[in-house]
Design a protein around this ligand. Structure first.
Ligand code: ATP
Length: 217
């Protein structure tokens, strides 16, 4: 466990295929930035996610859509390191590369509860907590059952408050309750493929890129 003292605000790390990025992703990122006093939330588009098939749209277009979505928004940034790396996009490699770039900054990996419960399937998953804190987002009224295999892992690393993220650069887990917008990229791709209008589910600037290219037809 890492226990260097730090006064820095943590950097939130939010990975995804962002195929396309939508208002569900963006609201979550912004809420976490504001509620947890993060230095920023870095959105990291995944090139070759190990757990799912290759995204239908190129890395370049997915990156362009994230850039357009967050342009001028304080607290959100985009990081293309996974797109520049060859091979599968393992989160453990991403965190270790970020740790080299920001050695004094606490990192916090943003995960939905589903992803957290599935962590044992991830490559070298036990190293993740040595490289970052885990910021697990749970839906209102959803609890982590004592029966779940990840319960003990959570208890062993449980933060007493999100301020613990500022005391060390990695090693704790905080569960934050956030109501999610019921939007998914799958739903948006289906709407477009059916020739309908996905407006208001995603930023206008992202929709403009989708329409110009055109994507998801
Ligand atoms: P798809 O429908 O293609 O599976 P998605 O909309 O779930 O895509 P991803 O890029 O796979 O988007 O998601 C990246 C991260 O964003 C994941 O951790 C996922 O849990 C989270 N996320 C996705 N949709 C929402 C939403 N509506 N609100 C909050 N978080 C979301």
């Amino acid at each position: 466990m890492t226990n260097e003292n730090t006064n820095n605000q943590p950097i939130g790390i939010f990975g995804g295929t962002f195929n396309p990025i939508h208002n569900g992703h963006l609201r979550l990122a912004l809420e976490l930035y504001e509620r947890l006093d993060l230095a920023e939330v870095r959105l990291i588009p995944s090139a070759n996610p190990p757990h799912r098939k290759q995204p239908s749209v190129s890395s370049q277009h997915r990156l362009e859509m994230v850039q357009a979505a967050i342009a001028g928004v304080e607290g959100l940034s985009v990081d293309d390191r996974e797109l520049r790396r060859l091979g599968l996009s393992y989160t453990v490699d991403t965190l270790s590369s970020l740790g080299k770039d920001y050695p004094q900054s606490p990192l916090c990996l943003i995960l939905g509860m589903d992803a957290f419960l599935g962590l044992p399937q991830w490559y070298q998953w036990e190293r993740l907590i040595t490289l970052a804190h885990l910021l697990v987002v749970r839906r209102p009224n959803s609890l982590l059952s004592e029966k779940h295999t990840m319960y003990d892992f959570w208890k062993a690393h449980q933060a007493s408050s999100p301020d613990d993220f500022k005391q060390q650069i990695a090693g704790t887990i905080w569960l934050e309750e956030i109501p999610a917008l019921t939007i998914s990229a799958t739903q948006i791709r289906r709407i477009i493929a059916a020739g309908k209008n996905p407006r208001y589910l995603l930023p206008e600037a992202v929709l403009a890129i989708i329409n110009t290219n055109p994507l998801y037809r």
